[in-house]
Design a protein around this ligand. Sequence first.
Ligand code: AMP
Ligand code: MN
Ligand code: MN
Ligand code: MN
Length: 275
Amino acid sequence: MLRYDLHSHSTQSDGLLSPAALVRRAAERGVDVLALTDHDEVGGLAEAGAAAREVGIRLVNGAELSVSWRDVTLHVLGYRIDPACPELLEGLASIREGRTARARRIGDSLATAGIPDAFEGALKFVTSESLVSRTHFARFLVEAGHVRDIKEVFHRYLVRGKPGHVEHQWATLQQAIDWIQVAGGQAVIAHPGRYKVTPSAMRELLAEFRDRGGDGIEVLSSSHTGEQSAEFTRHARVFGLLASSGSDYHGPGESWVDLGDMPPPAGVDPVWKDW
Ligand code: AMP
Ligand code: MN
Ligand code: MN
Ligand code: MN
């Protein structure tokens, strides 16, 4: 049986390893099929693809799109996308466009809470032009000694109700699905267990996603408890969605689940059924 890891990040977004280094690590860890899914960005796929050919593993061309649905931010994974598709590239550029202005507002919010120069601090951790994310602020906040580790950052800062949180409008759910599918790919809701919505809103989301043409949900994720994995596996079956699995690896020392360490979905069709 092949080992799949369909969620990972490189320096093209907020990961710590270059695309080639990420692929080599995946190969060393026994991954047969790796998806590189940088946030709102496909710029690392060529390098990752070349490295995958060298080490003899399969690379899935992917991306993780930021979406605003009602009042929550969602992430939608695209798998097997054509990275040269103009509609997709334009869509991703439009999502990325607001990031720098948003980051300035995050910096202003942190300054109000007594943490100056966070925008400049976060920029020092940025590794890809025009892609500044909360992860880069998190690294700055750890380095500056405001919190112990990245995990703690997302309890005390950068989340709703806490310093450094700002509202932001990302793509719509339909746009994300359309851009992914126009590029020949499959659209999959990432780590659904992370979204702070009621159980009934979650069912509405899954029904709406499926009705808008969405293909699957990530049932196994480093963001999920065992209970959540079981719950979303049931949801996948009930809503007729395919199931995915991924570590959401961001780099050594920052991810508690390493590349290749999430098991495959069980009792439900995997997203790679027809690959
Ligand atoms: P952004 O797209 O700028 O909102 O940044 C989102 C990124 O922050 C995610 O992709 C994760 O890498 C990171 N992040 C968000 N929440 C958490 C969390 N609870 N623990 C660790 N990292 C998180
Ligand atoms: Mn990330
Ligand atoms: Mn995500
Ligand atoms: Mn991710």
